[in-house]
Design a protein around this ligand. Structure first.
Ligand code: EPU
Length: 423
């Protein structure tokens, strides 16, 4: 297994190109199942989760052409023929987002068999609302032998209200509803930009959707969808992570392609913490120079994203004063705390809050994390820690950050990839 070795202390300076958004690319790739034919996607990030999704699509019978992927981030997916409606456990267990084929398969083939995702490092993460939505559209849903088995001779539009705002739940039900007969209204729908992106990609395929980006999404079912060409939006969480990297190292970075409108809550919070952030035509410029404590509470969009909670915590470990970070989206997303403590951070957990008292220095250590964003927070801490930090189990980072160490090295970080010693 690979690890990252970071020697802390360098101030980052220069430009970073922000990649396409993982959490937009995953649903858009799954949506290609809805429209038979050859789709072309651009700005797809090169990530482990994308490889898993492509493998899943291939298992279902799609043909993936990766010829341009390595050099220009473009892919073609041909979904003319599907051979199986089954998403096997072997793939779903490595990536929960595989659940996103449920809606498309049901709409396209009238049946779907998708392994239940199982446990997760950041909380229980049930999929009950995805299933409730499919049932409301007329599907018969059973759980058997660890699999979700859903069937529907014909899906029918319905009024569906989500008890909790769910990103992939909204996406999944929206994908099932685009080909249902009649009108579907989703209320308490998720507002995240990735949901809007999926809706717009579906519209490009011929779907009739209105209200994306608001809590009420209206879908008028259509009989057929057609393949489309689509460019994936920039990754707001990758951009937020690099804003944090500029801030924690007291450096200055231009994040090319980053969209300020998708990062409003993060930008506001970082400015409150003393980071200078300017919007430019080609992206965002961030300059760190002394950090002060701030409180942050995670919320659904447009609130402060849970996917930035671990990274802002790393930052606040070095800020002057006491910060309170409250996690309201997932119940168990503080797995990075113990590792940050091993680097000298002063953090106490009280229920759903972490109380962070800034310390003058962090010290390098061997650390590991059990999820993607937690791993990113350890890299950030490593960038300012005294001495050497080794971040182990970085396959989590490879799932969701494209070439993180290359991008960091180009702007001055002392970081390299190595191999973990065999036990
Ligand atoms: N929830 C339910 N029932 C459901 C679905 C969700 O109770 O059927 C609850 C969850 O347990 C959680 C809350 O609803 O407490 C919100 O979860 P949501 O469903 O919105 O999360 P998700 O769709 O599984 C996506 C992202 C996550 C991100 C969350 C929150 C993708 C592929 N994943 O997950 O991204 O943290 O939304 O914004 O879009 C990451 O990229 O590192 C990541 C974990």
């Amino acid at each position: 297994m690979d690890k990252l070795i970071i020697r802390g202390g360098a101030r980052l300076r220069g430009e970073v190109n922000i990649s396409g958004a993982k959490n937009a690319a995953l649903p858009v790739l799954c949506a290609t199942l809805l429209a038979p034919g050859r789709h072309v996607l651009h700005n797809v990030p090169r990530l482990r989760d994308i490889d898993t999704t492509l493998e899943l699509l291939t298992t279902l019978g799609a043909e993936v052409d990766r010829a341009g992927f390595e050099h220009d981030h473009s892919l073609a997916v041909n979904t003319a023929k599907l051979s199986s409606p089954r998403a096997p456990y072997e793939l779903v267990k490595t990536m929960r987002a595989s659940i996103l084929v449920l809606g498309p398969l049901l709409a396209r083939a009238g049946e779907a068999e998708v392994s239940l995702p199982g446990g997760c490092a950041i909380g229980a993460r049930p999929v009950n609302l995805h299933l409730k939505g499919m049932e409301a559209l007329g599907a018969e849903v059973k759980i058997e032998h660890g699999y979700i088995r859903a069937k529907a001779a014909a899906l029918k539009g319905a009024e569906i209200s989500f008890d909790v705002s769910t990103v992939t739940g909204t996406e999944n039900v929206m994908m099932a509803a685009v080909k249902a007969e009649g009108r579907t209204v989703l209320t308490n729908a998720a507002l995240e930009p990735e949901v809007v992106e999926l809706a717009e990609a579906l519209v490009k395929m011929g779907a009739k959707i209105k209200g994306q980006g608001t809590e009420v999404i209206e879908i008028e079912g259509v009989k057929e969808l057609h393949p489309a060409e689509w460019t994936i939006m920039p990754d707001r969480i990758e951009a937020g992570t690099f804003l944090a990297a500029a801030a924690i190292t007291g450096g200055e970075l231009l994040l090319k392609g980053a969209r300020a409108d998708h990062l409003a809550a993060v930008i506001t919070k970082l400015r409150e913490a003393g980071v200078k952030i300017e919007e430019q035509e080609d992206g965002l410029r961030a300059q760190g120079d002394g950090l002060r404590a701030v409180d942050a509470t995670t919320r659904t969009y447009p609130g402060f994203p849970t996917d930035m909670q671990a990274q802002i915590m790393a930052l606040l470990c070095r800020a002057q004063g006491l910060s309170v970070i409250t996690e309201t989206v997932f119940e168990n997303r503080f797995m990075h705390v113990q590792e940050l403590q091993r680097m000298g951070a002063n953090i106490k957990i009280q229920g759903r809050s972490a109380i962070v008292t800034g310390v003058p220095k962090l010290s390098g250590a061997s650390v590991m994390a059990t999820d993607l964003r937690a791993s990113a927070s350890l890299v950030l801490a490593g960038l300012v820690a005294e001495g050497t930090t080794e971040v182990l189990r970085i396959y989590h980072l490879d799932r969701g950050y494209e070439a993180l160490e290359d991008k960091l090295r180009k702007v001055g970080a002392n970081i390299e990839r190595g191999k973990e010693a065999k036990p």
